[in-house]
Design a protein around this ligand. Structure first.
Ligand code: COA
Length: 222
């Protein structure tokens, strides 16, 4: 197969992990040529991240004929924009790649969607289902029969046990643990280092051990 030109959406901190995964894949077999990054922030235009340049805004995606894409938008400050940004990019789902770091593990019976990135050290266990445009940062485990919805971000170092359902466009903070069979609703947030033992309703922000809804946030989710 020929080397594919690849564009990353979003120039935030987690695009570094995707670029690192691409470099590691290329070291095994030349697979992608990084064409650049698309990002809407004016200050990011022309900036270089690990040698990849920001080549324009999201709406310029349709003119990048022949390129493949992957979602790199995933910070606590930006994750709610992911569905709108992907829609606005007008990139058809089949042009999104699934990027799995060669030192991540995906069970043969697990399913992983398009536009999704699984970074170094993460493990997707048998019968797990991960949706489209999901980012799974480093050293996170998604255990058996767990389902992760589209546009969701799983930060680094999370233990997600079996038979868990995480909805669409949710955000799970770094270092959290989720007990078997809990449900995390669409758009919900779990704070860093939390221990989730009960369901988290859609759109709510839970944190702590055991995780509870947190008092009104003093900052716009950071
Ligand atoms: C949960 C989170 C989004 C809340 O941010 P916020 O809306 O700005 O909330 P605030 O900082 O105003 O905190 C509100 C209250 O919740 C508490 N709180 C916030 N985050 C908490 C956490 N992770 N665990 C326990 N309590 C937490 C605060 O102490 C504060 O309590 P108080 O009102 O008694 O003082 C944020 O703290 C967080 O955990 N972000 C995740 C970051 C992350 O994992 N990034 C991924 C990098 S890989």
């Amino acid at each position: 197969m020929s080397v594919q030109p690849l564009v990353v959406l979003g120039a935030g901190g987690n695009s570094l992990g995707i670029l690192d995964a691409v470099e590691a894949l290329n070291a095994i077999r030349p697979t992608y040529r990084i064409e650049g990054i698309l990002d809407d922030t004016p200050e990011n235009q022309g900036r270089a991240i690990l040698g990849a340049r920001v080549i324009g805004k999201i709406e310029e995606a349709p003119r990048l004929e022949g390129c493949r894409f992957v979602n790199g938008i995933s910070s606590i400050a930006s994750f709610r924009k992911i569905p709108e940004v992907i829609r606005r990019s007008r990139i058809p789902l089949e042009r999104f790649e699934t990027i799995v770091h060669p030192r991540a593990t995906v069970a043969s019976s697990a399913r992983v969607g398009r536009g999704t990135a699984i970074l170094a050290g993460s493990v997707i266990c048998p019968e797990a289902v991960v949706g489209n445009h999901v980012i799974i940062l480093q050293n996170t485990t998604v255990n058996h029969h767990t389902r992760v919805g589209d546009f969701t971000t799983l930060s680094a170092g999370i233990t997600i046990l079996g038979y868990i359902e995480i909805g669409a466009n949710a955000f799970i903070g770094g270092g959290s643990s989720l007990a078997p069979m809990v449900k995390v609703g669409d758009g919900a947030v779990v704070g860093a280092g939390s221990v989730v033992i009960r369901d988290v309703p859609a759109g709510r922000v839970y944190a702590g051990n055991p995780a509870r809804e947190i008092a009104s946030s003093k900052h716009a989710l950071r």
